[in-house]
Design a protein around this ligand. Structure first.
Ligand code: ADP
Length: 329
C-alpha cells in the first residue's frame, strides 16, 4: 500500500481553499492509502506570529482536521515539532540541495515580497524541511494544492540526489492534485489565502450571517456589472465554489440563469450559501464537541507523536548508516 503524506501550517484558521485544495482529498484518501498528516508548526516560524497564540492555533487546526473527517484510528496525525527527526533530516538534505534550486522557488519569491523586512533563512529553507517531512515517512504521494507542486518536485530531486550520493533510502514522491487545486479568493484574483485576507474561514460556516457577510462581496464574472447583464459562469469564482459544493441541479439552474440574466449574482450566492451551510453542518457540530473536550486533541497529538517518532527513527537509522556516521557497534 502506498504512503500518503501531507502537511498544513497551524494558521489558526483553516479556509475553504485549504479544504477544497487539500483536506477534502485527505479525508477520501484514508480509504485507499496509508495516510500521514502533519501540522507543520516549525514551518510557521518562518513568518511573524505571536508565541502566546501558537498552542491554540495548533489545537484549532487539529480540531478542524478531526471534525472534517481525519480519523486518527486510520491515519497518523501529529505535530511536526514533536518529532525532531524532521529537522535532523532537513540538515542532511541541505547537503544535496542546490542553492540555485531554492532561489527559483516561486513561493520563496512571493513570501519574500510580502515580508521584505523578514526574509529569513527558514523561509529559504522551507522546501528542504518539507522534503524531510515527506521523505522521513518514505511517502510516495503528496496531496497538495497547485502552489505546492514545485516544492514536491524539488523533494523528488532531493531524494534522487541523496540516493545517488549515499545509496538508496528514499522513494520518489509525486504531487496529487484535487479537481480544485487553486481556489481563488473572494477578490476573484489571487489564490484564496489567509495572508491575503481574501479567504472564507471554515468558522464562517457556523451561521448564515457571517457567511453572507463574506459571500455578498465575492467578486463574480467581472463583465456582469448590472442584474440585466448576461454572465459567463465559467469565468466566475462563485460558480467554481458551486461546482465544488452544490448539486447538478443547482449547477444547471445557475448556468441557465446566469447566461440568460434570469437570476442575479445575489440569487446565485444565496443558493451557494445554503449549500455551504449544509455541507459543513456536520463539521460545525463535530468541531464544537471536540473543542469542548481538550483531552481529545491532546490524546491525538501525544499518540500521533509516539507513532511518528518510531517511524522517523527507523528512517534516520538507515540514513545514519548510509552517511557513514559513527554509532556504537
Ligand atoms: P496557506 O496557503 O493558506 O498558507 P498552507 O500553505 O498551510 O496554507 O496550505 C495547506 C494546503 O492547502 C496546501 O496543500 C496548499 O496547497 C493548499 N491550499 C492553500 N490555499 C489553497 C487554495 N487557495 N486553493 C487550493 N489549495 C490551497
Amino acid at each position: 500500500m502506498k504512503t500518503v503524506f501531507s502537511g498544513i501550517q497551524p494558521s489558526g484558521e483553516l479556509h475553504l481553499g485549504n479544504y477544497l485544495g487539500a483536506v477534502r482529498n485527505w479525508v477520501r484518501l484514508q480509504d485507499e492509502y496509508r495516510c500521514i498528516f502533519c501540522v507543520v508548526d516549525y514551518h510557521a516560524l518562518t513568518q511573524d506570529y505571536d508565541p502566546k497564540e501558537m498552542a491554540k492555533r495548533v489545537c484549532d487546526m487539529v480540531a478542524d482536521l478531526l471534525a472534517l473527517g481525519i480519523d486518527p484510528d486510520r491515519s497518523l496525525l501529529f505535530l511536526q515539532s514533536m518529532v525532531p527527526e524532521h529537522t535532523e533530516l532537513c540538515w542532511v538534505f541541505n547537503n544535496v540541495t542546490g542553492h540555485g534550486d531554492l532561489e527559483r522557488m516561486t513561493q520563496f519569491k512571493d513570501k519574500s515580497a510580502t515580508q521584505p523586512e523578514n526574509v529569513n533563512v527558514g523561509l529559504f529553507e522551507y522546501p528542504v524541511l518539507q522534503a524531510a517531512d515527506i521523505l522521513l515517512y518514505k511517502a510516495q504521494l503528496v496531496p497538495v494544492g497547485q502552489d505546492q507542486v514545485q516544492h514536491i518536485e524539488l523533494a523528488r530531486r532531493i531524494a534522487r540526489s541523496f540516493n545517488h550520493r549515499w545509496g538508496k533510502v528514499f522513494p520518489e514522491c509525486e504531487p496529487m492534485l484535487t479537481n480544485l487545486p487553486k481556489l481563488l479568493g473572494l477578490d476573484g484574483k489571487a489564490k484564496m489565502s489567509k495572508s491575503l485576507g481574501n479567504h472564507i474561514p471554515l468558522s464562517a460556516f457556523a451561521a448564515e450571517k457571517p457567511l453572507w457577510k463574506l459571500l455578498r462581496g465575492a467578486v463574480t464574472d467581472p463583465q456582469r456589472v448590472n442584474r440585466e447583464d448576461k454572465g459567463d459562469p465559467d469565468v466566475c469564482n462563485v460558480f467554481t465554489m458551486h461546482k465544488a459544493l452544490s448539486t447538478e441541479e443547482d449547477l444547471a439552474w445557475v448556468r441557465e440563469g446566469c447566461t440568460t440574466a434570469g437570476i442575479g449574482c445575489v440569487d446565485c450566492k444565496q443558493r451557494l450559501s445554503g449549500r455551504m451551510l449544509e455541507h459543513f453542518r456536520a463539521y460545525v457540530e463535530r468541531r464544537a464537541a471536540i473543542v469542548a473536550d481538550p483531552s481529545i486533541v491532546q490524546k491525538v497529538l501525544e499518540a500521533g507523536a509516539a507513532k511518528a517518532r518510531a517511524l522517523a527513527q527507523r528512517t534516520m537509522t538507515e540514513v545514519h548508516a548510509k552517511l557513514g556516521l559513527w554509532r556504537s557497534p
